[in-house]
Design a protein around this ligand. Structure first.
Ligand SMILES: Nc1ncnc2c1ncn2[C@@H]1O[C@H](COP(=O)(O)OP(=O)(O)O)[C@@H](O)[C@H]1O
Ligand SMILES: [Mg+2]
Length: 594
């Protein structure tokens, strides 16, 4: 990900086009910048004329008109005060714009991501997406809050100062801008050095973040396998790289600023030498004039160098923001969502589900499901069994259209699933997975998933059906208990029950339990078994279970092997068939006895 030295104009234009809705605020911010520049330039002019008119540098006579000196000093104080106010208002406006724009982009980006098909998430690292949504957007914010506005303001100020200087005294002006080409050259070199070291720094920070995040998430594994010492050594290496990257950045900085100071002093020195050389043969009035101008110019030089010095930084901000924006726009432009061409929103889901000759591959021609033909009657409970990797979860994924299947059709009643609007389809199918994902939010919100039309009463009623009300009531705060990241203190079984409540409050026509009982202990299993019975009552259900004991009551058991259906029948039918199911059953039965 090398960052180019220039700004990609078309990306930059697109970024700036986000200003449109905030035109008025932007105009106000620009007005503040212009006012600030005008006020800034007026100060050296006033001070120069004060020196010329009211201060006698030779000390030969009394200070002329002390009351005027006081008056103008107050005026200058007033201007300074005004500058602070305008500065404050201006930075308020530009930050307001920046935050509004970033809010727009973030909403667009995240909303877009939400529609992507699962395949996209299979191949894109989580970390990369988090970076896009969080830190890339931060860099873009800076373009509007700091970069763009400051550059506009600074450029305006620079131009104004140079014009004023030339109008006041073009010879002096020429004198003072002699070192500026050197400065611009130094700035360029510096900008490049900074960019390189910042880039290195970012790579190192990324490395450190990923490393720490992974080790902390996997701490149990690290300690279990006695990897602490090894991981610590790894950490040390990464940490060293991180430190070096920082030091490089600091180096570049600490060389550049003295150079700028040196050049601005050189400028002032040139000014003074020039003055001293031209002083002979001048009338006292001319000398006074010169004194005033010299004063103004010294102040101008200081005002001139500050923005030039910062220009490199600001340019970096623009550049970084543009590069990050490019990556964000790439995602926004990506067309990775499931084709939602379906328009049917009134499909009755309480009908037979039939898979007709469905074949599917996650990649190319590696068929994970082969010619699946299967009918599930309305209200029936069907169990899928088979070895890990047989394709059980995949079938379920296809029904919810998390992946697009290549061959065959899936019907609900007489409607093909691809004709049904995606939202409508998913609203009517609830899937409970083995790994329950909980957000760091309250129990209540984890159940409703932010759907405000679901009341507390409904949640409690569902919890009672599932048999989880009791343990939730015991938690501090009950349903308002904050679940920590990764589930906090809740046991696996309790988390599983929460996901049952989720399914229950949504009251779907079709319920899918994918190994929902697999990772819980015996005690919880009993609870979950009961909950399953309650939930599957009266609705079409697909239950995928590892332990055959949990599915013996299913109306129909489907045995899958390597993506193909081997056997279909009830528990007793399949046992008497003495086939694949029988083998599986005997194997587990033996294990449990041992
Ligand atoms: N997201 C995926 N991308 C690529 N291959 C996958 C993906 N998910 C599952 N597979 C593969 O598809 C096959 C079936 O997986 P799955 O349906 O999860 O099996 P089961 O649920 O029966 O254990 C396996 O070989 C698995 O490796
Ligand atoms: Mg599975």
């Amino acid at each position: 990900m090398s960052e180019k030295a220039t700004i990609n104009i078309s990306i930059f234009k697109r970024l700036v086009s986000h200003l449109k809705p905030y035109r008025k605020t932007f105009a106000l911010a620009v007005f503040c910048s212009v006012t600030l520049a005008l006020l800034g330039v007026s100060r050296p002019i006033l001070i120069g004329s004060m020196v010329k008119n009211y201060i006698d540098i030779d000390l030969k006579s009394e200070t002329p008109q002390p009351e005027m000196l006081l008056f103008w000093t107050l005026v200058i104080l007033g201007i300074l005060f005004l500058e602070q106010i305008v500065q404050f208002v201006g930075s308020y406006f530009s930050n307001l714009i920046a935050q509004s724009i970033i809010n727009d982009i973030r909403k667009k980006l995240f909303g877009h991501l939400l529609t992507f098909r699962m395949r996209y998430f299979d191949k894109t690292p989580v970390g990369a997406l988090v970076t896009r949504v969080v830190s890339d957007l931060e860099a873009i914010t800076e373009v509007f809050s700091a970069g763009l506005m400051d550059i506009l303001g600074d450029l305006f100020l620079l131009i104004l100062i140079v014009i004023t200087m030339f109008v006041m005294n073009w010879e002096l002006a020429l004198m003072t801008i002699i070192p500026i080409p050197i400065l611009l050259y130094a700035t360029r070199i510096f900008a490049r050095a900074m960019r390189d070291s910042f880039q290195l720094e970012r790579v190192q920070v990324n490395k450190l973040n990923t490393f720490v995040q992974e080790r902390i998430t996997g701490m149990a594994i690290v300690q279990l396998f006695n990897r602490e010492r090894k991981e610590y050594a790894n950490f040390e290496t990464i940490n060293k790289g991180h430190r070096q990257a920082h030091i490089n950045a600091v180096w570049a900085n600490s060389i550049f600023f003295p150079v700028v100071e040196l050049l601005s002093s050189l400028s002032i020195a040139l000014l003074l030498v020039y003055g001293a050389l031209h002083v002979s043969g001048k009338t006292p009035d001319q000398i006074k004039q010169m004194n005033g101008e010299t004063f103004s110019f010294v102040l101008f030089i200081q005002m001139l160098y500050r923005p030039i010095r910062q220009l490199a930084d600001k340019f970096n901000i623009l550049q970084r923001g543009t590069v990050r924006a490019e990556r964000v726009f790439e995602i926004i432009d990506l067309d990775e969502h499931i084709q939602d061409a379906g328009t049917n929103t009134h499909c009755n889901f309480d009908q037979e589900i039939s898979f007709r000759n469905v074949s599917f591959a996650y990649q190319n021609e590696e068929w994970v499901l082969k010619n699946i033909d299967l009918t599930i009657k309305a209200g029936e409970t069907v169990a899928f069994v088979g070895a890990t990797g047989a394709g059980k979860s995949t079938i379920v994924n296809l029904l919810g259209r998390f992946y697009e299947f290549q061959k065959g059709e899936i019907y609900i009643g007489n409607t093909e699933v691809r004709e049904i609007e995606l939202n409508c389809l998913r609203r009517n199918i609830a899937i409970v997975l083995q790994d329950v994902f909980l957000f760091s939010d309250t129990i209540h919100n984890n159940i409703t998933l932010g759907d405000e039309s679901i009341t507390r009463e409904q949640v409690i009623a569902s919890a009672k059906i599932v048999g989880a009300d009791e343990f939730i009531q015991k938690l501090p705060g009950g349903y308002d208990y904050e679940v920590g990241e990764r589930g906090g203190v809740l046991s696996v079984g309790q988390r599983q029950l929460l996901s049952f409540i989720r399914a229950c409050v949504y009251n779907p026509e079709i319920l899918i339990l994918d190994e929902a009982t697999s990772s819980v202990d015996n005690e919880s299993e009993e609870m979950i078994q009961k909950a399953t019975e309650e939930l599957t009552k009266g609705r079409t259900s697909i239950v995928i279970a590892h332990r055959l004991s949990t599915i013996q009551n299913a109306d129909k058991i489907v045995v899958l092997d390597k993506g193909e259906i081997k056997e279909i029948g009830s528990h007793s039918e399949l046992l008497s068939q003495d086939g694949y199911y029988r083998k599986l059953f005997d194997m587990q039965f033996k294990e449990e006895k041992e």
